[in-house]
Structures are given as C-alpha cells and as structure tokens.
Write a protein that binds this ligand. Sequence first.
Ligand code: FRU
Length: 611
Amino acid sequence: MKKIVKGLMAMMMSGMAMTSSGASASEGVEVNHLGVSNTLVRVTGNGRYLLLPVQESIDDARVNVLVDGKLDKSINVKLAKSKVDYFVPFDLSPYKGHEVVMNVVTTQGRSTVREAKDDACWKNMTLSDSFDTTNREKYRPAYHHTPLYGWMNDPNGMFYKDGVWHLYYQHNPYGSKWQNLSWGHSSSKDLINWEVQPEALEPNGLGMVFSGSCALDTNNTAGYGNNAVLGLYTSADASQTQSLVWSNDNGGTFEFYPANPVITLETEARDPNMFWDDDAKQWVLLLAHSLEHEMLVFTSPDMKNWTLQSSFGKGIGAQGGVWECPDLFKLKVDGTDEEKWMLICNLNPGGPFGGSATQYFIGDFDGKTFVADTDTNGNIPTKWMDFGKDHYATVSWSDAPDNRRTVIGWMSNWQYAAEVPTMQFRSANTLPREIGLFKGSDGQIYASSAPSPELLALRDKLTLNVKKINLGKKMRTYNLPADNGGICEILFDLDARKSKNVEIELKNNVGERVVMEYDAVAHTLSFDRRESGVVDFSQDFPAVTVAPTFETDNKISLRVFIDRSSIEVFGNDGRFVMTNLVFPTEPYTRLSVSSQGGNAKIENLRIFSIK
Ligand code: FRU
C-alpha cells in the first residue's frame, strides 16, 4: 500500500512538472521535466549551435536526438549538475527547418523532480551562432595538431591526395572524455597548419567509430570510381566488426557500404589498416587481434570480400597488453639497396615505461605472411619507436608523395590521458615524423623517426647562436625565448668523448624542471619529469624515461621541440626519440648544461623561437 502511494505521488509530481515547460531555460530552448531522470528539450529558437553545458566529474546523460519525431542520433553527454566546466556545441545546421527534440535521460540519483530542475545544465543550455574556440587554455599546444574541442585519441584513416594531408582522429565531439567515438577530421597543406573539417564519421547502428585506415582506390577495385577514397574502420558495440566506407569528395563525407560489416570474428579485432599490393594486385589488410596479442593478415580483390591469410605475433615481442593499431610498409635501409618491411604493433599496457607504447618488427612480407628478423641468438627482439611515455597509436599516411613514410602519433598515454590538466580539449598529436631504416652497430635494422622537413618552416627568430662551448662541472645557463611562452626549438651537437655524464636542464622561475642526462658509458639519454610542474593528477605521470642513443662514439646531435605541454627530443636524425608531456605552471625560461667526470664539448647551440 505504502509503495503505491509513493508511486502515485511521484506521478503527480512529474505531472506537475509537465506544466512548467520552459521555466528555467534560456530563450529559444524549451525544457520540459518529465520525471526525476527524464527531461525533454525542444529547440524553438534560431542559432547554429545548441551549447551543451558539461561537468566533467559526473555520469553521462543519454541524449536521443529526434528530428521531426524520428531518432537521428544518440549521444552521451555529461550534462552539468552543480557547475559548468565548459560547453560543447551541438550543431543544428543540418536540421534547419525541422523540429528538434532531445529526450534526455540522466543517471544522477534524485528523489524529486524539483531537484532535477535545479541542475545547472537546463538554464545554461543556450542557442548561439558561435562557440568559444579561442584556445585560451594555457596548455593548448601552439604548433601541434589538437582537436578544436573535445576528447581525442588515435590518429587514423590518414591519406594524402591532391596536395592535402588528411588526418582523422578518434574524437568525442560532446566532451573531453572517451565517449561517442567518431572520426574528427583536419586537413593541411604543410603538416603544420591544420584546418578543422566537419566530423567525417559518426556512430551508426553497428556501434561507435573506432580506428581504421583510408587509401585511394586507383584501380577502381571497389566500384566507387577511380581514386575514390576507401576507408575501413572498426564498428564497436557489444562486438567489434569491420565496416567499409567510401568517399567521392576527397574524404569530406563518407557513404557506408550497405552490406557492412565486411569482416566479423568471434573475438575482439580492430583497427584495420590496408594497402594496395601492386605485385599481387590485391588489397592487404592488417587487423589487430587484440586479446590474442597478434596481428591478422587478410587479402581482398575488392575491399568487400576478405580472406584470412596468416597471423603474426603469438608469443613474440612485448605481450604485456592488448595489440592495437597495426601498420605495415616497405622501406629501403639507409645507404643500401636493401628493402625491408616494418610492422608496427601498438601495445597497451606493457610499454617500457608503463602504459601504452609503440613496438615494431623488421622483417619480410610475401604478400600473405610477415616473418620477423631474428638477432644473432635467433630471438625476435622487441623494438620501440619512441622512448617517452607519450607516443601511441602511431600509424602512417597512405599515398604520401615522393615515397615518403610519414607518421603521426597520439601524444598521450592510456594510463592518464583522461586526467591530464586540460579541459575543453584533451590531447594533441605528436609532430609528424619521417620513418627511415638504419643498421645498428649490432647488425640489426632499426627504424628512425626524424622530424618532417616541413617543420623547418616553424622557425622564427634565432634567439641564441653559440658556436662552441667547452663544458665542465660548472653549469652554463642560457635563456629560452620569453616573449612567446617559451615555445621553441633547441638544437646542438654534443661531443662527450671525454665526459661520463652530461646534464641538460630546462627550468622555470618557480623551480620546476626537466632534467635530461646523457650517460656516456651506457650510451643512453634519460628524461626526468618528476619535478616538471603539475604531476600529481596521476601516480603514473611522474617518471623517468630512457632511450638508447644508437651510437658508439659518444657524439649525439639533438633537436628538442617545446610546445607548452610537450617536449619531443630527436637524437641523431631520429635514430632515437623521446616524447613526453609536461605541465609546468609557468613556461621554462632557462636551459642549463654541465658535464661530470671530464669535459664535454657543445657545438652549434641554436635556439629558435617558434611562431
Ligand atoms: C587504441 C584504441 C584502438 C581503438 C580506439 C578506440 O588507442 O584502443 O584499438 O580502435 O583506441 O578509441
């Protein structure tokens, strides 16, 4: 009996709420509270965007967007309850002249409709023709690609066509945490200046849009026209299946292949990465069989019908986490005519410094099977593309010009990506890099990742130019450019033949610092960010990373790129690389160098400020 009365009361209260439409909403937005966890929002006014107020720390609300009474999309948004952290724009332009209603189901526990009505989101939901894109966040990089707003992880689906580099990325357009995975899209003519494009792919009935790849169909194998852009991605819901999409407008918009999915397996498989094999006249596809820690190889004549040919990876290399985001391509070994294949296998967790990292294998590929090279003991060595903590999901552009193998990574780590101290956007990409192969002193072939040549254009003023420094124990200190927030490129050649240890420090006015150390005995360079600034948002963030320097003569040349919240160190033309995030409360203003256990020489120390 008691229960029934309670139920009646609740009905009466929600009935009362029905009559209070629009009471707390802003102009042109009608809010109708249906119950303790259900509200209808009707757009009655004009404006390009409905700005949705987000509070990061709360649970998602489920928002079903109805257009003329029909379900158009379903999104998850952390609609603000007690405070608004930032706004995300919901683009209304595709629905002009149509009726838009949002059926919102919140998961906040509330006992009365009154309480639900007080949520900060309702009165702050506003119509607007613009939204804030002023990049006012202090950690937003100046010359790295970032999403305009929202969460970003893997770069994927990249291709080059008609002078334009297309970059897609795992994007949540409705908040800065991993959710609503879609393909965001940016394009660039120079790999530096990125233009924001409309969202390219959004979730459909098969699930979210996970990582994948694109390639040009030069021979019209799929029937969508010569040079149509073909894409394959993982549809992720309760299962992971592979979907085919195609575009006849250079990757601006995609059509779904009607008979998707084109590949289904009974276990988790994702991140299809394909290329045209011109010798065998067929498509080759690498697919991460994630939980099995292996990569599957498929072939197809037309992108629609796929045959499993082989697998690579069981018991090989780093196995500490799921295998994700593969890539496979052929390159010449520097200074020789030898050609080798490089297979990229991103891994999470299980990286050398915890969390995610990119391992690779060098070997041969006959169109169906990849066989990795072994070392002198007959073992297949694990090789890493980058020795920092913040380099993941790295894959290459298809159809790049001049036989270039240009790659870009996600500059974060799954250990703390959702906690880094940025808000309206979360995460940036690494700088673009050119992959090469070289023979190490152990006879093994390794990959180098050098900064893409386009990056030279970033250099603005030469703020320091010192020909030669004889370095002893005493620290030598130089200023970093101060008038642009310390954003710069530092270069120098280090000769440490007579030294044991060279210390390179970046420091700001409040004592926060990054310490790099070249160990001349071990031939390594370490990077210590434990005192680099804000480090306490995750116990996995304060860390020291170490790179082998792949030299035997104690000479290294370094290029260091600083961009507000990231430091990328390239050694000996990319033979070793370290990418690490840092969050200094003030920009680093000084560079100090010193040598222990003997003198060292620094030559051609130059600092360029970056525009
Ligand atoms: C790698 C990854 C991929 C997946 C995507 C989902 O970071 O886990 O395997 O496709 O992210 O966002």
